[in-house]
Design a protein around this ligand. Sequence first.
Ligand SMILES: C[S@@+](CC[C@H](N)C(=O)[O-])C[C@H]1O[C@@H](n2cnc3c(N)ncnc32)[C@H](O)[C@@H]1O
Length: 405
Amino acid sequence: MPDEQLRVSQSLMMMVNAQGQMTALASMSHPPLTLTPAQWWLVGSLRSACPKEDVLAIPSTFSRAQLDEALDTLLAHSVVVPVKGTQVDSSRYVLGPGGWADIAEHHRMLYDTVRVHAYRSSLFRHARDQVVLDIGTGTGLLAILAAKAGARHVYAIEESAIAEVALEMYAENGVADRITLLQGNSRDIELPQRANVIVHELLNTDPFGENLLPAIQHATQHFLAPGGRLIPHRIEAMCVGVQMTEPVSSGQRMLREAENLNDFYGLSFKPVLKRMQAAFDVAGPNFDQGGMVIPPTAPQTLLTRPCLLRDVQLDGDLTEAMNEQSVESVLEVNAPGILGGVAIYFRAHMDEHTVLSTSPSAPPTCWGFQVKEFKERVQVQPGDRVRIVSTLNRSHGHRFKIVLA
Ligand SMILES: C[S@@+](CC[C@H](N)C(=O)[O-])C[C@H]1O[C@@H](n2cnc3c(N)ncnc32)[C@H](O)[C@@H]1O
């Protein structure tokens, strides 16, 4: 389209890779893109919305063919997005094909009844007669639950190609007329109206590792009606000192599990099952490769009491939480052993009644917990106090780096 407006995605992260090259990442479902000089030039030129032809007409050292090719690649990675009026043209957003489009990832989450029931009970308490926004709808589950709970209307946003399953799931479960799906990253999207309830499950095993904080900061500022509610509204990032064992996973086990999904929630998961089987037929035992850490079969040896790393109220200003420097915490040892690292987990406060905990001492969830190994091992005894320093690594989706102080 010749007079099409384009702009750089609001969720764009620029990084310098190990080879010193500039890389761009706008969605966790697109691989990082190493920028060519022409792409780099376009990113700089499209910081605000601009007609495509105007940008291509700016005098530069690149040929028209080079710029056209560079622009196509930027659009395919959603680094640059099409804009219609002031809004991103959701119908033309390029949904990420990998990452969260992987049906195996969604199976793990759907099969986790601890997770789903925490969200479900909170939605059934708060969604009735409300306008609800589901950020990162995935296979559509939380939007469907909100609709079933009596929401007046549900908006759902999804940036990966799993969105096509969500659409089928809405229809399959008879709620398509009350859910509007908007494709793209939430930070690029505008909503027709503000929501009274925003439900989000952008939680990583390392809780802020999926860019939760910038997405929620943006959502409370742009999407939440005054007095509205976030589900969850508070995250405590926690850790506990451990001796380590290896995590395990298996694609075949996941496929067997998936056949039980219908019984769990009284919904039909046919479109999900279809994709799971197709993915398994293609990839076989490698089906769930690249998955997250899952709960270990053998219990971890926990050597310390739980230790709070951060307590973040999501409906407040998150700038400080995102930019703060290193924080020192103390592990209180309560069992003898060789301390090799900490298992990181979270407590998500869904509302005043429900806390979803991924603690190694709580019932297992799809998140498991991630062990951050220390460089050295420390022989510890009950009563010892071990000081650690945690830093939120900003260039990597706010993942924790934890070292001995
Ligand atoms: C952890 S999954 C949860 C899926 C679903 N809500 C559920 O509970 O089963 C997160 C989903 O959100 C999507 N996502 C993450 N951040 C997003 C953002 N800022 N805007 C739109 N989609 C996002 C991912 O592509 C993924 O499908």
